[in-house]
Design a protein. Structure first.
Length: 226
């Protein structure tokens, strides 16, 4: 890694989470994904969960607290060290190389929070093919990423993180995972701005549309089954 890359990675580490959904508690938001993990494996002690790009391990800690066997992978040594200090099992590795080392049908769930938007788009089919290979039948893939349907995200906050490569509209991500072979895809929009209100019959339709464009979920999750 060159000095410029190291400095950028250090900046991203110190800024981690700041722009992933202003006004929302990220860990509280992540709790909403626990039912999908439980559905993939009724017995938490038998569930092997992999978190890709695990950062300092907040989600891993929550999974561990809930009784799941969870492991993380991240390429940043400082994040890995922080997660290990918290007693979490984390590997320092390239995510693609790590996935290739996993046996077929070994995992109950794979999660990735704010990772896919920082990958080259041509690498996404490779990621999803490997994820499908290592997941058990009925295993679950959960991907959370910034929501370009929100104009404040697509026009401003997405670009605050220099590691971001491109926005991924929900239909595009659905198409990519569907092409890889995942089924039963669903989209969950999360972290709306406090100003957001669902469509109100008594309000002007134009106002409702503008409200959705400006204040709807800042992030969305694609949840798909193997």
């Amino acid at each position: 890694m060159c000095d410029a890359d190291a400095k950028l990675d250090d900046w991203c580490l110190r800024d981690e989470g700041k722009h992933q959904g202003a006004g929302g508690d990220l860990l509280s938001s992540q709790r909403s994904y626990l039912p999908f993990i439980r559905q993939a494996t009724p017995d938490p002690a038998a569930a092997d969960v992999l978190d890709i790009g695990c950062g300092c391990g907040d989600w891993l800690a929550l999974l561990k607290q809930e009784g799941f066997r969870a492991v993380g992978v991240d390429s940043n040594p400082d994040r890995v060290a922080a997660a290990r200090r918290a007693g979490l099992q984390v590997h320092e590795a390239d995510l693609f190389e790590y996935l290739k080392s996993i046996q077929d049908r070994a995992l109950a769930a794979i999660t990735a929070f704010h990772v896919v938007q920082s990958l080259p788009v041509e690498s996404l089919p490779v990621l999803f093919a490997e994820a499908l290979r290592v997941l058990r039948p009925d295993g679950v893939l959960i991907l959370e990423t910034p929501n370009p349907e929100n104009l404040q995200v697509s026009g401003y906050s997405f670009w605050l993180d220099p590691a971001h490569v491109r926005l991924l509209p929900p239909p595009l991500l659905q198409h990519l995972v569907g092409h890889a072979g995942f089924i039963e895809q669903r989209i969950e929009r999360v972290n709306p701005w406090p100003q957001y209100r669902p469509a109100d019959q008594d309000r002007d339709e134009l106002a409702n549309r503008l409200n959705r464009l400006l204040y709807c979920g800042q992030n969305y999750a694609l949840i798909a089954r193997a």
